[in-house]
Design a protein around this ligand. Structure first.
Ligand code: SAM
Ligand code: SF4
Length: 452
């Protein structure tokens, strides 16, 4: 799709939040590339600045206001006129309301309106003024659009959008709408196409991948999807997120039996207290969650488990929090995202009074981080003095002579660049690393054998 107005314009995208948003940014970028635009690394060099926003926690709102307002002081862009656009969850939630706080925004497009971003930008350049589009329902058009992948060896593949779960603290179902699964064939075809062009690793994306297909077939078909995607020849499959209430035995079987499914599972627990889980509307108990972990470990003994935990849900007591600590100790997560509860207007939890002082919540948060770190350190010791296949992503930020990549368990791995190779030759290759150091957040060692 060539556009005479947009052709030759430079653009910069800043993305906040989750992988779904990062993938949405790839779609926006693919669309702009197909219009003849050129991506640049700094907002100062861009005719078009796009913020892809997140509204899961308050901090992301604040960052958007700061960064978007600071665009006012940028030097004039190459084309003479700069258009500022806001997409993603805050755009979907606030629509035109965003203009009250941000008077320098020209284009606002919601999560279901990505397919229209080029025409909105064109209108802003030609006519000036504000151009806003926030459809309620996702037509699925965006998932058929061209997309610009940051890397050519791995890709995100959205399998569904939206969420039906309404956890009491979470804004996502209100903003991203109900669950909508992509067709089975479309996903398998997309992965087949990715394999053909050399992609080795995919991450299947959805807010609750375990319920994939419920809206298409009347029952979840995630296990079948894993098997079909595994048959495409893709080498590494990851997926996120899994809701514990919907993780079925057949999915655990598929994970254990499909060789390409990596031994890694992100299973958000949120809290270790059954009382808090009920208030969160998570629809499982501590005991159910721990029983699931046992089932998963029985089938995939060395699996790397990761999770999301919220500290400071309204009314959480010291006793509730200690239940979370003991659950984290018992599971021994390889990794965890820990969050302090953030009140989101419009969610049921926002109406619950909370007498807990902020410093108590912060102190609990720090105690949890320590337990998570100890668990991750202990988990990584299993890989000390073993050979780990790392998919090379580039070099370490701190040391350009060291390769950086990921293990099948999604651990970060470092190793010096082997003699006779350049980094560029190795990006996207798998190299075996003989691990001689296992720390909390990484493994390191030396490359052995030949890259493949
Ligand atoms: N659908 C995914 C799941 O349930 O596993 C999670 C998606 S959400 C974007 C990512 C994480 O943000 C959640 O698992 C939760 O831990 C955290 N989160 C969501 N709402 C939050 C809130 N109001 N305050 C703090 N953390 C929150
Ligand atoms: Fe939010 Fe819960 Fe849906 Fe995850 S499952 S997106 S936490 S409502």
């Amino acid at each position: 799709m060539q556009s005479s107005v947009l052709s030759g314009k430079t653009y910069f995208i800043r993305t906040f939040g989750c992988q779904m948003n990062m993938h949405d940014s790839e779609r926006v970028s693919g669309l702009l590339d197909s219009c003849g635009c050129l991506e640049v690394a700094e907002p100062a060099e861009a005719d078009i600045v796009i913020f892809m926003t997140c509204c899961v926690r308050e901090a992301a709102d604040t960052r958007l206001y700061g960064q978007c307002s600071s665009c006012k002081s940028l030097p004039a862009p190459p084309g003479g006129k700069r258009v500022i656009a806001v997409g993603g969850c805050i755009a979907q939630r606030d629509g035109a309301g965003l203009l009250t706080n941000l008077d320098n925004v020209d284009v606002i497009f919601g999560t279901a309106s990505i397919a229209h971003v080029a025409e909105l930008l064109e209108q802003a350049f030609v006519e000036g003024g504000h151009h806003i589009r926030c459809e309620e329902k996702d037509s699925g058009a965006a998932t058929d659009m061209p997309w610009h992948r940051a890397e050519n060896y791995r890709a995100w593949v959205p399998i569904m959008t939206g969420c039906n779960n309404f956890c009491s603290y979470c804004i996502v179902p209100y903003v991203r709408g109900r669950e909508k699964s992509r067709s089975f064939e479309e996903i398998v075809d997309e992965v087949t196409g990715l394999v053909r062009i050399g992609v080795r690793e995919i991450t299947l994306l959805g807010q609750n991948v375990n319920s994939y297909g419920r809206d298409l077939f009347g029952a979840p078909r995630f296990a079948e999807l894993l098997r079909a995607v595994g048959d495409t020849g893709i080498e590494r499959i990851f997926f996120t997120s899994s809701h514990p209430k919907d993780l079925l035995p057949e999915t655990i079987d598929a994970m254990a039996e499909v060789p390409a499914v990596m031994p890694q599972l992100h299973l958000a627990v949120q809290s270790g207290s059954s009382r808090i889980l009920k208030l969160m509307n998570r629809r499982y108990t501590r005991e159910h969650y721990l029983a699931l972990i046992d089932q998963v470990r029985e089938r995939i003994p060395d699996i790397a488990l990761s999770t999301d935990i919220i500290v400071g849900f309204p009314g959480e007591t010291e006793e509730d929090f200690e239940q979370t600590l003991s659950l984290a100790e018992q599971v021994g997560y390889a990794h965890a995202f820990t969050f302090i509860y953030s009140k989101r207007a419009g969610t049921p939890a926002a109406t619950i009074e909370d007498p807990t002082p902020r410093d108590v919540i912060l102190e609990r948060f720090n105690r949890l981080v320590k337990v998570i770190e100890d668990g991750a350190y202990a988990y990584n010791q299993h890989d000390l003095h073993t050979v780990v296949p790392m998919l090379v992503e580039g070099t370490s930020k701190k040391d350009a002579t060291r390769l950086l990549g990921k293990s099948p368990k999604n651990q970060t791995v470092h190793a010096p660049i082997p003699e006779g190779y350049t980094v560029d030759e190795l990006i996207g290759k798998i190299v075996d690393v003989d691990v001689d150091r296992a720390r909390t957040w990484y493994l390191s060692g030396t490359v052995v054998g030949s890259p493949r």
